[in-house]
Design a protein around this ligand. Structure first.
Ligand code: ADP
Ligand code: MG
Length: 247
């Protein structure tokens, strides 16, 4: 049986897909069995982001009962396991009500990437999960949408909810982690730095953790993962020097 973590946000473009893939890679580094599931059936990005074949067996085929969930798992060359969503126009907006039953057949941690907003798909995804990660950016509009998503998750009976603040620069024009925690009335598990390497890694269809293991974002992701797992993580020494060769 698996543990299911959904990655949701009110606002679009805050980094859910990027986070889902890289969090999975970080969990794998810590020795966990992990599978990323793309439940954004309108804009499936996980497969595209990892350069998987677009005609692959998809989550929709599993939900329609055409394929067993174990047969829908793709292995990225990095070893990351993924269940992509179909890019086919006909399979957009598939019914996600069976999502939890289907995903519980898997072993390990299942990470569900989701569409933005508060629609029925997002409700089904939150219902399907044991832990809800609400991704936001440190700006008012994103945080206000995060608050709505948290309210939705609470109204669906979820109590393991964490906020993750992505694209943090630390400059004077963004909300601080403390402010976000106060506004959301929900713990911030960790924040992830704004990092150019994420764009480079996305362009090359590879998780940043593998492409730039010493980058700020990769270290932040490992901190976040270790905190969730309740274990200590010490970044490698001489990070500044290592980053010179980590481009
Ligand atoms: P969502 O899935 O929420 O729509 P994406 O993961 O597609 O968001 O990310 C949106 C854009 O933000 C992408 O172009 C991605 O490269 C960029 N991005 C995400 N996180 C970061 C980060 N920490 N630093 C820099 N760019 C980021
Ligand atoms: Mg996305």
């Amino acid at each position: 049986m698996s543990e299911i973590i959904s990655v949701v946000s009110g606002k679009g473009g805050v980094g859910k897909t990027t986070f889902s893939i890289n969090f999975a890679a970080a969990l794998k580094e810590f020795g966990k069995e992990v599978i990323v599931v793309d439940a954004d059936t309108y804009n499936p990005n996980v497969g595209l982001r990892l350069g998987l074949p677009t005609l692959a067996v998809s989550l929709q085929d599993v939900l329609n009962g055409e394929v067993k969930v174990h047969h829908s798992v793709f292995m990225h060359p990095t070893g990351l396991k993924v269940i992509p969503a179909s890019v086919s126009f006909d399979k957009m907006g598939s019914n996600l009500s069976k999502l939890r039953d289907v995903l519980l057949e898997l072993e390990g941690t299942v990470i569900i990437d989701s569409p933005p907003g508060l629609n029925d798909d997002v409700k089904a995804i939150i219902k399907a999960s044991d832990i809800v990660f609400v991704i936001t950016n440190p700006e008012h509009a994103a945080v206000i949408d995060a608050i709505k998503t948290i309210k939705l998750a609470k109204s669906l009976g979820k109590n393991r909810i964490y906020v993750i603040v992505n694209r943090v620069t630390g400059d004077a024009y963004e909300l601080t982690t403390d402010e976000i925690e106060l506004l959301c009335e929900t713990p911030v598990l960790a924040s992830i730095s704004e990092d150019q390497n994420i764009r480079k890694a996305n362009f090359e269809n590879i998780p940043v953790i593998y492409r730039n293991p010493y980058s700020k974002a990769s270290i932040d992701l490992r901190f976040l993962t270790s905190r969730l797992l309740g274990i200590e993580y010490k970044p490698p020494p001489f990070l500044f020097l290592r980053r010179l060769f980590d481009r």
